[in-house]
Design a protein around this ligand. Structure first.
Ligand code: GLY
Length: 386
């Protein structure tokens, strides 16, 4: 098999985005994944909410998220123009609401924090929230409207990315990477040179990109200390259907913290309503549990009582890839020839466009944008004893 310029291990939306953008820059690209377009994007609700989900102390992640959010419209439009496939990108805005006075206080603090950072959000009374979204519970005490936090459909996005990669000549190897190949005889020290597949075939490449989510650090052959452990954080979601008769049931993303758990409802243009998500550290387990579904429906019912009238069409669970600081790993690793695009935790869908651009620029030019400076894998570098 002829070597490619770039080999991407992992064909979730992050790996596919990197492959697509890299192929656009004229490099030859191959992707290794048993089912490209699978992974967490098949489960995710697709809320693009860097401002609504802002956490104290995560301002660098906010900047990355806002940069990606600002690229989303053009990214989605370009994909649709190329492939003819809709990504479900919708400029809906997001309403974060408070169900009690403690929540209201927290949202007020978030609003003040937005103001200090120059971010747009609007404080609304409970009545104003219900005017925007009449299905909200009468007990809603107030909320924050974030006009620029939108949504995309992860499944449609993944399908469009697979199609775009194919149109640009990206080669797909529908199997697993069994081992990272490392050349240990080079004059300049060790270098990643590709992978051996489960089929026994060897693929060589100028640069290998590890984009395998919560399995990234488990690739055999990866030298110790190059990547930290990426922990799988399970999220269960349920999907309901809004019959035409009830539309518009909700017009924008709605979120709240209920009993300490983040809850969100994402209404799509095609009538799907996604409710998520649990946060569970259970290893690589994607079992849907009665308890998980019960909690989601109970909490969503508190927020929007009318959901109990809607048909329940699907349940599912995905794994968020959590790095030790919950921020992504972007760019070159300590092993020459190996770059990372993983560890996106709760923000994989949001960060797909910016990750794709940053990695493709790096792979094409050798230069990593300053936007990635806080996210390089070397922040976790551990010295390995000789
Ligand atoms: N970004 C949504 C979640 O991780 O649940």
């Amino acid at each position: 098999m002829a070597p490619t310029d770039v080999l991407v291990i992992g064909g979730g939306i992050i790996g596919l985005g990197v492959a697509w953008r890299t192929a656009q820059r004229g490099l030859s690209v191959a992707v290794v994944d048993p089912s490209p377009g699978g992974g967490a994007a098949q489960v995710a609700a697709g809320m693009l909410a860097p401002v609504t989900e802002l956490q104290y102390g995560e301002e660098p992640l906010l900047r990355l998220g806002v940069a990606s959010n600002e690229r989303y419209g053009a990214f989605a439009a370009e994909l649709t123009e190329l492939t003819g496939l809709d990504t479900g990108y919708r400029r809906t805005g997001t309403l974060a609401v408070a169900l009690d006075s403690d929540d209201r206080e927290e949202l007020r603090e978030l609003h003040a924090f937005h103001g200090r950072l120059g971010l747009e959000s609007q404080w609304l009374t409970g009545r104003e929230c219900r005017r925007l979204e009449p299905m909200l519970a009468p007990g809603v005490r107030g909320g924050l409207h974030v006009a620029e936090d939108h949504q995309v459909d992860g499944r449609r996005l993944a399908a469009a990315l697979v199609a775009a990669c194919k149109l640009l000549g990206v080669a797909f190897h529908r199997t697993q990477a069994a081992e990272l190949l490392v050349d240990r005889d080079g004059a300049d020290g060790d270098r990643a040179i590709g992978v051996r597949l489960l089929t026994g075939e060897q693929l060589t490449a100028g640069r290998t990109v590890l984009a395998a989510g919560s399995r990234s650090h488990l690739l055999p052959g990866l030298p110790d200390g190059v990547l930290p452990a990426i922990r799988p954080v399970k999220g269960q979601v349920v999907r309901l259907r809004i019959p035409k008769l009830y539309a518009p049931f909700l017009s924008r993303n709605v979120r709240a913290v209920v009993r300490g758990q983040h809850l969100y409802l994402v209404p799509r243009a095609d009538g799907e309503l996604v409710i998520g998500a649990t946060t569970e550290e259970m290893g690589h387990d994607t079992t849907v549990t009665a308890g998980g579904v019960y909690e989601l429906l109970r909490d969503a019912h508190e927020l929007v009582p009318g959901i109990t009238e809607l048909p329940l069409v699907e349940t599912g669970a995905g794994l968020r890839p959590g790095s030790p600081d919950n921020a992504p790993l972007l760019g070159p690793t300590a092993l020459p020839g190996l770059a990372a695009a993983t560890g996106h935790y709760r923000n994989g869908v949001l960060l797909t466009p910016v990750t794709a651009d940053l990695l493709a620029d790096y792979l094409a030019t050798g230069e990593l944008s300053p936007l990635a400076a806080d996210f390089t894998p070397d922040r976790f570098r551990t010295e390995v004893p000789a």
